[in-house]
Design a protein around this ligand. Structure first.
Ligand code: NAG
Ligand code: NAG
Ligand code: NAG
Length: 480
C-alpha cells in the first residue's frame, strides 16, 4: 500500500508540473547520449559477473564444485511466466525512462490520460498523459523462483538474427506491432545510425544494418558473418491481421450460410481490414533461400553456428463478422462460425511453417493473445493474483470478441501438444498481460493495447530470453 500511495503522489505531482518538466526533459534528452549510457551500464554488469566467476575459479578443488553448483540457473519459459510485477528498484522518471527501457531518443512514450474524453486527441504535452506514462512504467516482471533472465540488447539481438538466414520476424496485427515498436524504439536513432528502418504502405517493415556506419564492421566481426549478410534484414515485421490470404479464408468458411466468396476485387474495398493477400510465406521463403557465410568471430576465432530463423505469429482481435463476412450477412454470423475460420487459418499457418522447417533451421511460435480487460478504467495498479480478464466490478461485462482470446489460444496450444511434428511452439503471454489491467493505452476507449514503454518491452524480453535458451551460440549475454 505504501508503494501504491507513492505512485499516487507522483501522479499528482506530474499533473501539476509535467508541462514544465516535459519542456525541460526534451532539452535534456537531446544531449544525454542514450546509447553510451546503455552500453556503459551493460558493461558494468557484465564485468561484475565475470569478476565473481574468475575469483571462484582461482581457488582449489572444493570451490570448483561450488562454482558448478553456483552456475546460473536460467528460467525455463514456464518458470519465467510464474512471476509478478514489482516496482522497479529505481523509480522511473522522465530523466531515466529511456535508459531504463533501452529506448533511443526516437522511441515513443505513449499512454493516454485516464480521464481523457472519447474522441479527444490531446497534444503530446498533456500532463495527465505523462503521469500515466510514468505510472505504468514503474513495474518490472520478476520470476518468483529467482531464476535468471537473459536481458535483451540490440547488439546481441542483431548478432543472433544476422547468424540466421531469415533473420527474426514478427507476423501479426497491431498487438504484434507493439512488440515491433519496442524493438525499433531501442535500435533506431536519429541521423545515420547503425540500424535502419524501412517501411511501406503494404506494411512490410524491416530493420537492416547500415553498412556505411563505423560500427558495422565491428558487428560483422562479433557476429562472425561477412558483410554480405547486411544485404538482408536483421528483423522483419509483416503486418497481417488474419495470417492467411483470401483464398484460404474462403476455403475456411465455405458452406456457411450467408458467406460468399469475395470476387469483387481488392477486399479492402469492402472492409478496411481484410487483405486478400498474405505475404509472410513468400517473403520468408525468399529470405531463407540465401545461406549465411560465416567467418571466425573476433572474440576467440571460433566460427559461430547458424542460428534459427525466428518467426512469431499472432492473430485474434480481427476475427470479427464485420471484417470477415459480406456486410449484408455480418449481422447473422455466429461466434462459432468465426472460430471455425480461425482454426482453419491457424492450421494452415502451422502446416506451412512445418513444411518450411523441414528444410531450414527454424524457431517458430504461435504467440498467444495478450489480455484485453473490459472496464479497465477501474484499475490503477497491477494485480498479480489475476488469471482472468473479466471485470472485477461486473464479471459479465463484454467488449468486442475479447472473451474469445483464451478460446483461440487454447485451440492452438492443444493442437501443438497433440501434433508433436508441428514445427511450432506456443508462446503464452497471458500471465504477463492479464495481471496488467492498469496499463492499457487509452482507458476511455482502448482497454486492449498497452502503454509504451512497459508491458510490450517485457514481451520482447521474454521472447529474447526464449531465443537465447534455444540458441546455438553462447555469446548473447556479453557486450562489446
Ligand atoms: C524491406 O522493407 C522495404 C520497405 O517495405 C521493402 O521494400 C524491402 O523489399 C524489404 N526487404 C526485404 C528483403 O524484405
Ligand atoms: C501455404 O502454402 C501454400 C503452398 O505453398 C501457399 O499456396 C499458401 O499461400 C500458403 N498459405 C499461407 C498462409 O502462407
Ligand atoms: C488480489 O489482489 C487484489 C489487489 O491487488 C486484492 O484486492 C484481492 O483481494 C486479491 N484477491 C485474492 C483472491 O487474493
Amino acid at each position: 500500500m505504501f508503494r501504491y500511495s507513492r505512485a499516487r503522489t507522483r501522479a499528482f505531482y506530474w499533473r501539476m508540473g509535467a508541462l514544465v518538466m516535459f519542456t525541460l526533459s526534451l532539452a535534456h534528452l537531446g544531449w544525454m547520449h542514450q546509447d553510451k549510457i546503455d552500453l556503459d551500464n551493460a558493461l558494468l554488469g557484465w564485468q561484475a559477473q565475470r569478476m565473481r566467476l574468475s575469483s571462484w575459479s582461482t581457488s582449489g578443488g572444493e570451490e570448483q564444485v561450488a562454482l558448478e553448483s553456483k552456475k546460473v540457473h536460467w528460467c525455463s519459459p514456464t518458470e519465467y511466466l510464474d512471476g509478478e510485477w514489482l516496482l522497479r528498484e529505481e523509480e522511473v522518471t522522465l530523466e531515466n525512462i529511456r535508459a531504463t527501457y533501452k529506448y533511443t531518443e526516437l522511441g515513443l512514450l505513449k499512454c493516454r490520460a485516464a480521464d481523457e474524453p472519447r474522441g479527444v486527441e490531446p497534444g503530446p504535452d498533456d500532463p495527465a498523459a505523462w503521469a500515466r506514462i510514468l505510472e505504468t512504467a514503474q513495474y518490472i516482471w520478476v520470476p518468483k523462483s529467482g531464476c535468471k533472465q537473459h536481458s535483451w540488447s540490440k547488439w546481441n539481438f542483431a548478432k543472433y538474427c544476422l547468424r540466421s538466414k531469415g533473420g527474426c520476424s514478427l507476423v501479426g496485427d497491431s498487438l504484434a506491432d507493439q512488440i515491433y515498436t519496442a524493438i525499433w524504439a531501442s535500435m533506431i536513432t536519429k541521423g545515420d545510425g547503425l540500424f535502419k528502418l524501412h517501411g511501406s504502405p503494404e506494411r512490410i517493415f524491416n530493420i537492416t544494418v547500415n553498412a556505411n556506419h563505423p560500427g558495422a564492421q565491428m558487428l560483422a566481426e562479433a557476429a562472425g558473418v561477412t558483410v554480405e549478410r547486411f544485404n538482408r534484414p536483421i528483423f522483419n515485421f509483416w503486418r497481417e491481421h488474419h495470417l492467411v490470404n483470401r483464398e484460404d479464408l474462403d476455403a475456411a468458411f465455405v458452406g456457411f450460410e450467408g458467406y460468399e466468396k469475395w470476387v469483387g476485387g481488392p477486399s479492402q474495398a469492402e472492409s478496411g481490414w481484410i487483405w486478400d493477400r498474405s505475404s509472410w510465406h513468400d517473403l520468408w521463403n525468399s529470405l531463407l533461400a540465401h545461406a549465411v557465410e560465416f567467418v571466425p568471430r573476433s572474440r576467440d576465432g571460433l566460427v559461430p553456428a547458424e542460428e534459427n530463423s525466428v518467426i512469431s505469429f499472432s492473430s485474434g482481435p480481427h476475427w470479427t463478422p464485420v471484417e470477415l463476412w459480406p456486410q449484408k450477412s455480418a449481422g447473422k454470423v455466429t461466434s462459432e462460425q468465426i472460430f471455425h475460420g480461425y482454426t482453419a487459418a491457424a492450421d494452415r499457418v502451422i502446416q506451412n511453417v512445418t513444411a518450411v522447417a523441414q528444410e531450414h533451421k527454424v524457431l517458430a511460435w504461435w504467440r498467444g493473445s495478450t489480455a484485453a480487460h473490459p472496464q479497465c478504467p477501474q484499475y490503477t495498479e497491477p494485480e498479480n493474483n489475476r488469471t482472468t480478464h473479466h471485470s472485477t466490478r461486473n464479471p459479465e461485462a463484454k467488449e468486442f470478441n475479447w472473451d474469445y482470446f483464451p478460446i483461440y489460444d487454447h485451440y492452438v496450444e492443444d493442437k501443438l501438444v497433440q501434433e508433436p511434428n508441428a514445427a511450432m511452439q506456443f508462446m503464452d503471454l497471458w500471465p504477463l498481460t492479464v495481471t496488467r489491467p492498469d496499463a492499457h493505452l487509452k482507458v476511455s476507449t482502448d482497454c486492449m493495447h498497452y502503454c509504451s514503454p512497459g508491458v510490450p518491452n517485457e514481451m520482447l524480453e521474454f521472447m529474447w530470453h526464449w531465443m537465447v535458451l534455444e540458441a546455438e551460440n553462447d555469446d548473447y549475454d556479453e557486450f562489446p
